[in-house]
Design a binder for this molecule. Structure first.
Ligand SMILES: Nc1ncnc2c1ncn2[C@@H]1O[C@H](COP(=O)(O)OP(=O)(O)OP(=O)(O)O)[C@@H](O)[C@H]1O
Ligand SMILES: O=P(O)(O)OC[C@H]1O[C@H](OP(=O)(O)OP(=O)(O)O)[C@H](O)[C@@H]1O
Ligand SMILES: O=C(O)c1cccnc1
Length: 494
C-alpha cells in the first residue's frame, strides 16, 4: 500500500501554496518546460551525531508514481481567489496541470545508507514546474523518515544487540507521523512495533505487553496476572510497577510458578517506572533465585540512547527496551533541516547554467551542478566521500578539496575502492528502480553502520566524516561565488 492509497486520495496538493503560484508563474512566462536540476540535502547530522541514515525513498517513489491532478484538485484550485477577489489560478494553467504527467529523471541514495551533510539524498532533473511543485512533499517525506531512522539507529546501537520495540504511536505527530515513524524506526534497526496498522501495512513484526489499566481493573495484582496468563499462557509479559515494583515482581513469580505447573512459561516482566537499574538488578536476582532465568526483563519509560547507555553502565539487567516518545518524535531534535535547492538550469542553447544560492555563511552556500556522491572505502571501512558534478569530466585520479580548509587536498583513488551513491530511480518519469523490502533495508543499515568507525558513531563529540568537493567543482563554485558577490557589490555602488 502506498501513501496515496493509505489516504485514498490524490496527493498532488500536498505542497505549499507558493509552489503552485510559482508554477503558474513558470507557465505564464513560458518557462514551465525549462529543464532544471534540484538537490535535496541536509546541512548537519541530527542529534549532534556523526552520521545520518537515509530513509523515506519508497514513499517518495509512491508519491511520484501517483503524481497527477484530479478533477477535485483542479476544482479546489479554481475556487481560490486573490486579495481582490479575482481567481488566483488561470484556466489555462489549470488545463496545464490537468494534462501534467510526471516526466522527470530522479536519482537517489537507497534507504538504509549512511549519509552525511551536504550530500544530495535525492536529485531531480526535469521541467522546472514539476520539480518546483515536488519540493515540499519530497522534503516532508525524506526529512522525517531520515530523522527517525537515524534516532532509531542510535537507540539500537546503544542497546548493543538487545531487542528494541517501538511503542511510540500515542505520542507521535499524528496518525501519519506514527506510521512513518514505525517504518523509519524499523529501517533504523528496531525489531518490532506496537502499532498494528504499521504491522499490517509494512509487515513489521508486532509486539506488546499490557497496560496499568489491566491490573487496575482487578481487585488484586496477582489476580490480574493470573487472568492474563489464562488468556495468553504462552505470550504473557507482566507489567509489575502498578503499585510497588518489588511486590509486583513477587506476584509475577507466583503466577509464573502456577503457569509452569500448567505447562507454560512466563515470557517476561516489564518495568515502567522507578530506578530501572536497581529494579532490574533486583528483579533479575529474584527471578533467577525462583528458577526463572529465562524470564526476560523489558524496560520502558521515556528512554532514549543516552539513558540506555547510562543504564548499561550502571549494570542494569535489562534484556529488551520499549521506546516510544523520544524515538518517534525525535525528542531532542524534532526536525531534520533538509533543503531542496536549484543547482542548474538548461539554457536555450542547450547548455547548463550552474545555479547557486548565496549566503553570508559559506556553509550555507549551495553547490551547483548535477551532483553525484562518490564514496571511498578501504579495508571494509568508509574513508571519505567526494561530491562531484556529472557535468565535469572526473578522471579516475580525482582530487577532493577539504570541506573546511581548501588548501588541503586529497586523492583516495589509488588505495581505495569506490562506489557512486545516487542510483537511477526514474527516467523520463518511468520508474527504473524498485525498493528492496523493509528487512533488506534494515539489513543495509546494519551493514553500513558496521563500515563506519566507532569514532563517528559515539554520541559525545563524534569525529566528523570527511565530505569533500571534487577539485574542479570546488573551483567552479568559488568562481561563481566571487562573480555573484562582485555583481552584488557593483549594483550597490551604482
Ligand atoms: N537508574 C537510572 N538512571 C538514570 N535514569 C533513570 C534510571 N532509572 C530510571 N531512569 C529514568 O528517569 C526518568 C524518571 O523516572 P521515574 O520513574 O522516577 O519518574 P516517572 O516516570 O515520573 O515515574 P512514574 O511513571 O512513576 O510517574 C525516566 O526517564 C526514567 O527512564
Ligand atoms: O515512555 P515512552 O518511551 O513514551 O514509551 C511508551 C510509554 O507509553 C506507556 O505509558 P504511558 O506513557 O501512556 O503512561 P505512563 O507514563 O503513565 O506509564 C508505556 O507504559 C510507556 O511508558
Ligand atoms: O505493549 C506495551 O507494553 C506498550 C505499548 C504501547 C505503549 N506502551 C507500552
Amino acid at each position: 500500500m502506498n501513501i496515496s492509497q493509505r489516504y485514498q486520495l490524490s496527493l498532488a496538493l500536498l505542497t505549499d501554496m507558493y509552489q503552485l503560484t510559482m508554477a503558474q508563474g513558470y507557465w505564464k512566462k513560458g518557462m514551465a518546460e525549462q529543464e532544471a536540476v534540484f538537490h535535496l540535502y541536509f546541512r548537519n547530522n541530527p542529534f549532534k551525531g556523526g552520521y545520518t541514515i537515509s530513509a523515506g525513498l519508497a514513499d517518495a517513489i509512491d508519491l511520484l508514481q501517483s503524481f497527477r491532478f484530479t478533477q477535485e484538485d483542479l476544482s479546489y484550485l479554481k475556487s481560490l481567489t486573490g486579495s481582490q477577489g479575482q481567481p488566483l489560478f488561470e484556466e489555462g494553467f489549470l488545463e496545464h496541470l490537468r494534462s501534467l504527467e510526471f516526466s522527470c529523471d530522479v536519482d537517489a541514495i537507497p534507504e538504509g545508507t549512511v549519509v552525511f551533510p551536504n550530500e544530495p539524498l535525492l536529485r531531480i532533473k526535469g521541467p522546472i514546474l514539476q520539480c518546483q511543485l515536488l519540493e515540499t512533499p519530497l522534503l516532508t517525506i525524506l526529512n522525517f523518515q531520515t530523522l527517525i531512522a537515524t534516532k532509531a539507529a542510535r537507540i539500537v546501537d546503544a542497546a548493543q544487540g538487545d531487542a528494541v520495540i517501538e511503542f511510540g504511536m500515542r505520542r507521535a505527530q499524528g496518525p501519519d507521523g506514527a506510521l512513518s515513524a514505525a517504518r523509519a524506526s524499523f529501517i533504523g534497526g528496531v525489531g518490532a512495533t506496537s502499532n498494528m496498522l504499521a504491522g499490517q501495512i509494512f509487515n513489521i513484526p508486532v509486539r506488546g505487553t499490557h497496560a496499568h489499566s489491566w491490573i487496575m481493573s482487578f481487585e488484586e495484582e496477582q489476580e490480574a496476572f493470573s487472568a492474563y496468563a489464562d488468556v495468553f499462557p504462552h505470550d504473557s509479559v507482566f507489567l509489575v510497577d502498578t503499585y510497588h515494583t518489588l511486590d509486583g515482581i513477587k506476584n509475577a513469580i507466583e503466577v509464573a510458578k502456577t503457569m509452569r505447573e500448567k505447562g507454560s512459561e512466563l515470557r517476561g516482566i516489564r518495568l515502567d517506572s522507578g530506578d530501572l537499574a536497581y529494579l532490574s538488578i533486583e528483579g533479575r536476582k529474584m527471578l533467577d533465585e525462583a528458577g526463572f532465568p529465562k524470564v526476560s526483563i523489558l524496560a520502558s519509560n521515556d528512554l532514549d540512547e543516552h539513558l540506555i547507555q547510562s543504564l548499561k553502565l550502571q549494570g542494569a539487567k535489562i534484556d529488551a527496551w520499549g521506546i516510544g516518545t523520544k524515538m518517534v518524535t525525535a525528542f531532542d531534535q524534532p526536525a531534520l533541516g533538509g533543503v531542496y535547492k536549484l543547482a542548474a538550469l538548461r539554457q536555450a542553447d542547450g547548455e547548463w547554467e550552474y545555479k547557486l544560492k548565496l549566503s553570508e555563511q559559506l556553509v550555507k552556500i549551495s553547490t551547483p551542478g548535477i551532483l553525484q556522491v562518490r564514496r571511498f572505502s578501504h579495508d571494509n571501512a568508509l574513508v571519505g566521500d567526494m561530491i562531484y558534478s556529472e557535468l565535469l569530466d572526473v578522471s579516475p585520479s580525482v582530487t577532493m578539496v577539504h570541506p573546511n580548509d581548501p588548501t588541503q587536498r586529497k586523492s583516495y583513488a589509488k588505495e581505495c575502492t569506490y562506489e557512486d551513491l545516487l542510483v537511477p530511480v526514474f527516467r523520463d518519469g518511468n520508474q527504473v528502480y524498485s525498493s528492496p523490502d523493509l528487512p533488506a533495508i534494515q539489513a543495509r543499515t546494519k551493514q553500513q553502520l558496521n563500515l563506519l568507525h566507532g569514532t563517528y558513531r559515539r554520541f559525545l563529540n563524534p569525529h566528523t566524516f570527511k565530505v569533500g568537493l571534487e577539485e574542479q567543482l570546488h573551483e567552479r563554485k568559488m568562481k561563481l561565488i566571487i562573480q555573484l558577490r562582485s555583481e552584488e557589490q557593483n549594483k550597490q555602488i551604482a
